[in-house]
Design a protein around this ligand. Structure first.
Ligand code: SAM
Length: 291
């Protein structure tokens, strides 16, 4: 049904062609008004300039652009993170990885977040654990710029200096002698020809943040193989992966010498995170000559 030239907020939201919640989110963006204000003022007429701004956002959404990119932000672990087309939109599943680091890092621990994107993991951990020292890397300079801004806005200028940022390809970005108590990563893990890459929000997100070789495990192989050289005895590695990659990632961790290797499931009961520890003796054999 065509929308009359002069119409109310309620009429515009109901007839714009988007689900109600999305329509209200876009009107919040276009108007700068809170959701409660929009509900209270539903019968009021919408001025022409606001209607134009709203309809421009509706057209972009109907073309598939993620709401997080239209808004320039996404809530993650209770914080509002700036996002844009240069970074992955942080996912709720990854909050479990953040909780794991917050729970398991010992006081004063050194934590490394590889492939930090918007800084979702590193900054959320830093917000919850002021005692930790963090290092975060990414190959994308645009991501690192956004991550640094998120650190400054969520932690404040002085606390943001607790995170050291390094640009570069996985381990080459990490200073050679640097050693950590916890290494965490949500790397790309989708197979490069997976048809889901052409669906929904994924179409708009950076391919380099999503796809990892023919089987999706290329980056996980590099991360797991390189981690022991950068972990202290008893150090923890925790990585996010695809629902069907748990067994493969556990095998990679066992092959790299990790112990206490476990896979955790997400809220949908899918394998999502695998973790393992470096043995307390650093992996040296008790039998002389076998280390
Ligand atoms: C799945 S995204 C995760 C982003 C963020 N940690 C999160 O959970 O929202 C993977 C990130 O790894 C980065 N990345 C991809 N390949 C990389 C590489 N070879 N070296 C370093 N970072 C890489 C991407 O730029 C992207 O930011």
């Amino acid at each position: 049904m065509p929308i009359p030239v002069s119409c109310s907020f309620d009429q515009l939201l109901a007839r714009c062609g988007l689900p109600r919640l999305e329509a209200r989110a876009l009107m919040t963006l276009a108007s700068g008004r809170a959701r409660e204000w929009l509900i209270a003022h539903g019968p009021d007429p919408v001025e022409a300039a606001l209607r134009e701004r709203f309809e421009a956002l509706v057209r972009r959404r109907q073309a598939g652009e993620p709401i997080a990119y239209l808004a320039g932000a996404r809530e993650f672990h209770g914080h509002r993170f700036e996002v844009g087309p240069a970074v992955l939109i942080p996912r709720p599943e990854t909050e479990q990885l953040v909780d794991l680091v917050i729970d398991q890092a010992s006081p004063g621990a050194d934590v490394l977040d590889l492939g930090t994107g918007s800084g979702a993991i590193a900054v959320s951990v830093a917000c919850a654990r002021p005692d930790l020292r963090l290092t975060a890397t990414d190959r994308s300079p645009e991501s690192l710029a956004i991550a640094r801004r998120n650190a400054r806005s969520l932690l404040g200028e002085s606390q943001a200096t607790r995170i050291a940022w390094h640009e570069g390809d996985w381990w080459s970005a990490v200073p050679g002698a640097a050693i950590f108590d916890v290494i965490v990563s949500n790397p790309p893990y989708i197979a490069q020809d997976d048809p889901h890459l052409a669906d929904g929000d994924l179409r708009f997100e950076p391919r380099a943040a999503l796809a990892a070789g023919a089987d999706g495990l290329a980056d996980l192989r590099t991360l797991v193989a390189g981690a022991p050289a950068h972990l202290r005895p008893n150090g923890l590695l925790a990585v996010e992966h695809g629902w069907n990659q748990g067994a493969a990632v556990r095998a990679l961790m066992f092959a790299a010498g990790f112990v206490a290797v476990t896979t955790l499931r997400d809220a949908q009961q899918h394998d999502r995170i695998t973790l393992g520890r470096i043995p307390a003796n650093g992996g040296r054999s008790a039998v002389p000559g076998l280390e």
